[in-house]
Design a protein. Structure first.
Length: 443
């Protein structure tokens, strides 16, 4: 319990506080709609209930109270959709709830021409618990406490009024049967009601203190998950936050996947010739376009390597079309590069070339590093080969390459290659022992 209270008092990061406040705004709107529903129920009960048949029918203020409360609730509801309701407005709303209910109960002795003690048996008192529980929607114990104290104080006031109407105590009894069957006051029964109201209030307040601590942790976790997707591929972020046990170095799985490497040509020399702000702007624009093309075809960004990008297909999330997805991504990347270069040239800016390469095969997808610093990545021959092929695009004088084996696999998986793809046989790729048959994806 103490830890829950400490969690409530601890200052929250602004982003987490924003998530919780948004939930509270939504809760206040729900409260308003429930209040309108309660008005409707009380109105229906009043007008459908049997009315006295004696001629001198006493005046009851209930219809006017209901009408005033309905207008108050509608105004509060409209306001909740326009602004964040201040604390004073919420307290006023709680007091209005209790005033409506207890006022309706008080008026019953007028309506039926009975002594005030008559209303102490009113079943409408049960609505007190509805109004108290209603305040739990905000996940703030203080409003539940205010509602409970208002209800208990109000019932004590009604009890005092009934007792004051009989100063000689002639209607006081200790006979429970007489209490139930007539307009009698039984002190122990009325105090039991007050105790029940206070106990329900206390239990709800404690439960809310604990629930709010959990809400804070959940909101912080949700915010952290959103932040993780900015630093990791979304599927990797979900894997991290959804792990049943702590992730350890070496945790991984073998997958059939395709690996893509992209590189900005001549970036080192270009960075030396441009102002730092221009370099960052160029990189940001380039990476934004490349990442969009990769993700559009099911790829996961593994890491940014300066001006290079490493991505995988079928590693973070297994896919039966990983090779086809990778080659479709290359086609989209080259189209995006053409558009990007055209825009930069039209603006009088340097338009660097982009190289890309894809290799496919078994890879290990998992966590590497140590207990203090982990990174999800893909490891395997296909990864090394894709990196070497990307460098080899310069030797071949083309923009994008893949192996003939990966190309054939992609076609088996549904990839429809544009006509005219060139096959280059027995190419000697630096760092690769045996010659490879290569397919030019973009000249």
């Amino acid at each position: 319990m103490l830890s829950s209270l400490a969690a409530m008092r601890a200052p929250l990061p602004p982003r987490v506080q924003g998530v919780i406040e948004a939930e509270q705004v939504s809760a206040e709107r729900a409260v308003g709609w429930v209040q309108l529903g309660v008005v409707g129920i009380l109105a229906a009960v009043h007008f459908l209930a049997p009315q006295p048949d004696f001629a001198d029918y006493f005046f009851t203020p209930l219809p006017y109270v209901l009408a005033a409360y309905a207008m108050f609730t509608v105004g509060r509801l409209v306001l909740s959709y326009r602004i964040v309701l201040p604390h004073a407005a919420l307290v006023l709303s709680i007091l209005a709830d209790m005033a409506l209910l207890l006022g309706a109960i008080w008026s019953m002795h007028l309506q039926y021409g009975q002594p005030p003690a008559f209303y102490l048996k009113a079943q409408a008192l049960l609505y007190v618990f509805v109004f108290i529980a209603l305040r739990a929607l905000r996940f703030e114990a203080r409003y539940v406490v205010i509602a409970g104290l208002a209800a208990a104080s109000g019932w004590l006031a009604l009890l005092a009024y009934a007792a004051a109407a009989d100063p000689r105590g002639l209607t006081v009894t200790n006979d429970y049967v007489a209490y139930l069957s007539g307009p009698w006051i039984m002190w122990s029964a009325e105090f039991d009601k007050v105790v029940a109201i206070l106990l329900v209030t206390a239990v709800l307040a404690v439960a809310l203190a604990r629930a709010r601590a959990m809400l804070v942790r959940a909101a912080a976790g949700e915010t952290a998950t959103r932040d993780l997707t900015r630093f990791f591929a979304p599927e990797v972020a979900r894997r991290i936050t959804g792990a049943e046990t702590a992730i350890r170095p070496g945790d991984g799985e073998m997958r059939d996947a395709a690996t893509l490497f992209i590189d900005l040509r001549g970036f080192t020399a270009l960075a030396g010739a441009l102002a730092p702000r221009e370099v960052i702007a160029l990189l940001a624009d380039y990476q934004h376009r490349m990442v969009a093309a990769i993700r559009a075809h099911g790829g996961s960004i593994d890491k940014f390597l300066g001006d290079g990008i490493m991505a995988s297909f079928g590693a973070a999330i297994p896919s039966p079309t990983y090779a086809a997805d990778a080659l479709r991504a290359v086609d989209a990347i080259m189209a995006a590069v053409d558009a990007w270069q055209g825009e930069r040239a039209a603006a009088g800016l340097t338009a660097p070339a982009v190289g890309a390469a894809v290799a496919a095969g078994p890879v290990l997808f998992g966590a590497v590093g140590d207990e203090e610093r982990l990174e999800y990545t893909v490891i395997g021959d296909a990864v090394n080969l894709a990196a070497k092929l990307e460098k080899h695009t310069k030797v071949e004088g083309v923009r994008a390459l893949t192996t003939a084996a990966a190309f054939a696999l992609a076609r088996e998986q549904g990839y429809r290659a544009p006509a005219g793809r060139e096959l280059r046989r027995a190419a000697a790729v630096g760092g690769v022992a045996a010659p490879l048959d290569l397919v030019v994806l973009a000249a």
